[in-house]
Ligand binder design. Structure first.
Ligand code: DC
Length: 202
């Protein structure tokens, strides 16, 4: 088995940016597992059954800019509570984690459920207000009209649903290194993540 790095945490904590930078630093492949749930959520918005959508998912479904919208994020969080949806996505994620050249997976349950044996585990978080401000800037940059209050309410609703669901709730693995990015620059957060992985490698 290759070296697997599990990076979990709530929406807009910086997980995606950190994961990409860590993967590039170590030359590992990267999988944003949220995209799997988003792709299922997007299909459900068009009327497809969530379990059918998860079972029929193919790699091309992940390559779609519309998966980044707030509406799809909300739909993703809703389908993610369904045990059969999660079960249908497990094998793909575990096969990715076993890649010989090393892998970084980011999500909510990577260190706890998908890769409990990952050689390095990080839990990246930040306050809900900081995360909402970051998400607002992203949405405004894309031309989506919204307000801080609306984005904060979405972030809090998604956190509550992701953390309280019965199946694979969002929680830090006991052996995860916690990185709170609330008052960190991107560079500092990436450096902290790389240091934590390097410590796990030795
Ligand atoms: O990371 P993200 O915002 O793209 O994730 C969208 C939703 O997908 C998130 O609210 C919960 C779900 N998700 C999950 O349940 N497990 C994962 N490993 C990744 C995402």
């Amino acid at each position: 088995m290759g070296f697997a790095i599990a990076i979990d945490g709530p929406a807009a904590a910086g997980k995606g940016t950190i994961s990409k930078a860590v993967a590039a630093h170590f030359g590992f492949a990267h999988l944003d597992t949220g995209l799997l749930y988003r792709a299922v959520g997007a299909k459900v918005l068009t009327g497809v059954d969530p379990i059918e959508a998860a079972r029929a998912l193919v790699a091309e479904d992940l390559d779609n800019a519309s998966l980044r919208s707030a509406e799809v994020a909300e739909a993703a969080s809703r389908v993610a509570v369904i045990g059969e949806v999660r079960a249908a996505l497990v094998d793909f994620q575990r096969a990715f984690a076993r890649r010989a050249g090393g892998a970084v997976l980011d999500g909510r349950d990577i260190g706890t459920v998908i890769c409990p044996d990952a050689q390095a585990k990080l839990f990246v978080t930040a306050s809900a207000e900081v995360r909402a401000a970051r998400r607002l800037a992203e949405l405004l940059a894309r031309g989506d009209a919204t307000s801080f209050e609306a984005v904060l309410a979405d972030v809090q609703a998604r956190d509550a649903r992701d953390a309280s669901r019965a199946q694979a709730p969002m929680v830090a693995a006991e052996d995860a290194v916690l990185i709170d990015t609330s008052s960190m620059s991107i560079e500092a957060a990436v450096a902290a993540a790389i240091t934590a992985v390097e410590e796990a490698r030795t």
